[in-house]
Each structure stands twice: as structure tokens, then as C-alpha cells.
Design a protein around this ligand. Structure first.
Ligand SMILES: *[C@@H]1O[C@H](CO)[C@@H](O)[C@H](O)[C@H]1NC(C)=O
Ligand SMILES: *[C@@H]1O[C@H](CO)[C@@H](O)[C@H](O)[C@H]1NC(C)=O
Ligand SMILES: [Cu+2]
Length: 394
């Protein structure tokens, strides 16, 4: 039946119902405008940072700076060859022997597990705290180094721009299930209850079941191709030895078109424009309900779950690295909009939700990376173009 043959009153009812159904997705025009705004702000950041290093002849220069790229399908995206090489390098890390002592984590088998162990052990200090952004920036840097030095990955570190798939993460290229993706959704498991997760700071959140819930069955990290061993830590049934024991299983996903709304473009603009000059606002709102529903950081995890939403063991899902590169991208753009005023800002304390109470973070506060590398101070990781760092986002 054609719409034009319907009585006008009925037609307007149908259109109203359609709008009501579409309303939770946010205003499409507003989100498109927000996407444009992000690109403008990113271009401004890029100009600022390239200007700042333009006269350098050594160290990090405009010639040797590494450019981190979106997975795809935007412009400046990772090539098919780099995607394949990145995927191979993750398999390589998950096959090389662990260096973590069995006394620390009896379940650690692979070099990949060393990263999960470091993240599990540091979680109470580096989430919902002033160490959140600095710790994850350096963890990513160490991961990129291991991909390069141990597994010959020569390409750029990719990020997953979850603003592009905010309406439904099942449409995200990273999850299309093809050979150049990070694998598809989990198999649908009906009749599930919500998952109660513990989040740092003592709170609990109920994550309702979404569109999957079972093992990933397509792509390079499908069941039988990729093994997860550590965790769960944040929800039942918990793995042995506080999640540090041996608990081999498939990677599971449960893509959620509800939580993906939390990573809509408008949420990023609210951070970049709304938190101008205020690092505390940026860090808090990345996890706070202010960024409905749950802030871009939490929503990035919660829309992928269950392995990805375990606050402690979330690096079990390889998408963790692309999600945190995107979180770092938001911080980096925010810093780059006012390099002098924002690069060396600090905020907060060094325990989740300041529980137990801890000292204020300063540029001298050290972060522990266990077996992965030397401790680093917040000041050492503040600039993306100084010290060990030389990268930008495009
Ligand atoms: C780079 O050098 C030029 C010419 O000496 C100078 O005018 C400019 O201010 C310098 N830029 C920076 C960022 O130091
Ligand atoms: C869901 O929770 C109810 C109430 O706790 C419980 O009886 C039931 O077995 C649970 N169902 C599943 C599939 O876990
Ligand atoms: Cu984390």
C-alpha cells in the first residue's frame, strides 16, 4: 500500500509513531552536525600540534610522527593489508609465552595475557581516577610496542570511532565478522538475565541482555580460533584465583544498540566543547550518566560485552585496544585545542572514586605497569609528541 492512499489523519499518526520510535536514536541532524564539529576540532588540534613541532629537527618531528588511523570505513582509514597484519599480530601475541610469573597469575599463558594481568591488577587505581587517561595511554603505547617488536606489526595503531556506529554497533565495520574485522557479534542466547557488574568505586550496574551473549562465531577471533583465559573478575561466574587463574573459553559478545547511544557524536562534542579547559569534567563525564547512557568510555565497553565490559579483564576482547585508542583520541584532541593550557593539566586522586582516599595526582605520580615495563609518571605521558611518544590521530 502506498502512503499517499491513506487518509491524512492516519498518515500523520503513522509518521508520529515513526518519529517516536526514532526518537531514542537522538536527533539525526544534530548528530550529523556533531560529527562535523568533531572533524573541525580534530583539524584544529592537528594544525596546533604540527605547528608546535614544525621547527624541530630531532626527536618527534612533523616528518616522523606516527598517525593513528580509524579502522574503517572513514577517510584516512587503515589499509586492508594493515588490518590483516594487525589481526595476525594479535594472534601472535596470544601465542607467544607469558612473562608474568605463575605466582602472580597462574592462568597467564601468553604474552597477550601479560597485558590483561597488568590491567586487572591496576584497575582499582586507574579507573574513575586521575590516572585513568594517563594509564591507558601508556598501556596502549606498550601494547603497540609489543605488536611491533615481538610480532612485526609495522602499521599504525588503529582506533574504533564508535560515534560512526552509535545507532547500532552491529553495523560497525570492526564487528562485520569478515576476515578484516575483529569478529562478529556473539551467538544469540535467549532467556538471559541481566549481568550485574562491579565497577571501581564499589558500585554495581545491571547490564541488560542485548543482541548476542554467546561465543563469537565469525571472523578472526571466533570460537576455536581465539582463546580467552583470564577473568571474569567483575561478574558471576567469576574465574578462579580472582580472575587471574586459568579459565579457557571462547570470546563472547553481546552488541547493544542501547549502550551505543552513549557513544553518539553529540556525547563527544559535549566533552570537547562542554569540558573546554576542565580536565576533571572530561574524565568524569567520560564515565558519568551525564553522557547518557553511561558516558563514552563506559558505553564503549557496555555496547560490546560481556568480555569487553568486565572492567578488570576487558583487554580480553581485542576491541579493547581500538576502544581505548578512541578514548585517547578524545583526550588528545581536547589537549591539542590548547596545548599550553591543557597538556600538563592533572586532576583527581589515584584511587577509583577516591576509595580508599588517596593523594591528589601530580605530574610526579607514578603508575605501575608490572612486567610490561618501567613505572611512568603522569608527566611523562602527558604530551603525545615528547619523551617516548610521537603520534597523532587522523
Ligand atoms: C619556528 O621558526 C620560525 C622562524 O624562525 C618562527 O617564526 C616560529 O615562531 C617558530 N615556531 C615555533 C612553534 O617555535
Ligand atoms: C534468572 O534469575 C532468576 C531469579 O534469580 C533465576 O531463578 C533464573 O534461574 C535466572 N535465569 C537464568 C537463565 O540465569
Ligand atoms: Cu581500563
Amino acid at each position: 500500500m502506498k502512503l499517499s492512499t491513506l487518509p491524512a489523519a492516519l498518515l500523520s499518526l503513522i509518521l508520529l509513531a515513526h518519529q517516536a520510535a526514532a526518537a531514542p536514536l537522538g536527533n539525526v541532524d544534530a548528530e550529523a552536525a556533531a560529527s562535523q564539529r568533531i572533524l573541525e576540532l580534530q583539524a584544529q588540534y592537528q594544525r596546533n600540534v604540527l605547528d608546535a613541532i614544525s621547527n624541530r629537527t630531532s626527536g618527534c618531528t612533523a616528518q616522523n610522527i606516527q598517525r593513528r588511523q580509524e579502522w574503517y570505513p572513514q577517510c584516512n582509514t587503515l589499509s586492508l593489508a594493515d588490518r590483516a597484519a594487525f589481526i595476525s599480530a594479535i594472534h601472535c601475541l596470544n601465542a607467544l609465552p607469558a612473562r608474568t610469573p605463575q605466582s602472580t597469575a597462574p592462568g597467564a599463558r601468553a604474552l597477550y595475557d601479560d597485558f590483561i594481568v597488568a590491567h586487572i591488577l591496576q584497575t582499582p587505581f586507574v579507573h574513575a581516577s586521575g590516572l585513568f587517561l594517563p594509564f591507558h595511554r601508556h598501556l596502549l603505547h606498550l601494547f603497540a610496542g609489543a605488536l611491533r617488536d615481538r610480532c612485526d606489526y609495522a602499521g599504525p595503531l588503529p582506533y574504533w570511532d564508535w560515534t560512526a556506529s552509535y545507532a547500532d554497533p552491529r553495523a560497525a565495520a570492526v564487528f562485520d565478522g569478515g576476515p578484516h574485522s575483529l569478529g562478529g557479534n556473539g551467538a544469540f542466547v535467549p532467556g538471559r538475565n541481566g549481568t550485574v557488574i562491579s565497577v571501581p568505586g564499589g558500585a554495581h550496574v545491571v547490564i541488560p541482555p542485548a543482541t548476542g551473549g554467546g561465543c563469537v562465531t565469525t571472523g578472526p577471533f571466533r570460537q576455536g580460533r581465539f582463546e580467552v583465559r583470564l577473568g571474569p573478575v567483575a561478574f558471576e561466574p567469576r574465574g578462579p584465583h580472582g580472575g587471574l587463574g586459568y579459565n579457557p573459553r571462547c570470546l563472547r559478545r553481546d552488541l547493544s544498540p542501547h549502550f551505543s547511544l552513549g557513544t553518539r557524536p553529540g556525547a563527544v562534542v559535549a566533552l570537547l566543547d562542554g569540558c573546554a579547559g576542565d580536565l576533571g569534567c572530561l574524565v568524569r563525564d567520560m564515565d558519568a550518566p551525564g553522557g547518557v547512557p553511561g558516558g563514552v568510555h563506559a558505553s564503549g565497553h557496555w555496547q560490546v560485552g560481556p568480555d569487553a565490559l568486565d572492567v578488570f579483564a576487558s583487554p580480553s576482547d581485542p576491541v579493547f585496544w581500538l576502544h581505548h585508542a578512541q578514548v585517547d583520541r578524545v583526550w588528545t584532541i581536547w589537549q591539542g585545542l590548547d596545548l599550553e593550557g591543557r597538556t600538563y593539566q592533572v586532576w583527581g586522586t589515584s584511587t577509583a572514586a577516591n576509595d580508599p582516599p588517596s593523594d591528589d595526582v601530580t605530574l610526579e605520580t607514578a603508575m605501575d605497569f608490572g612486567i610490561l615495563g618501567e613505572a611512568k609518571t603522569v608527566g611523562e605521558v602527558a604530551s603525545t609528541v615528547d619523551g617516548e611518544y610521537c603520534y597523532m590521530y587522523e
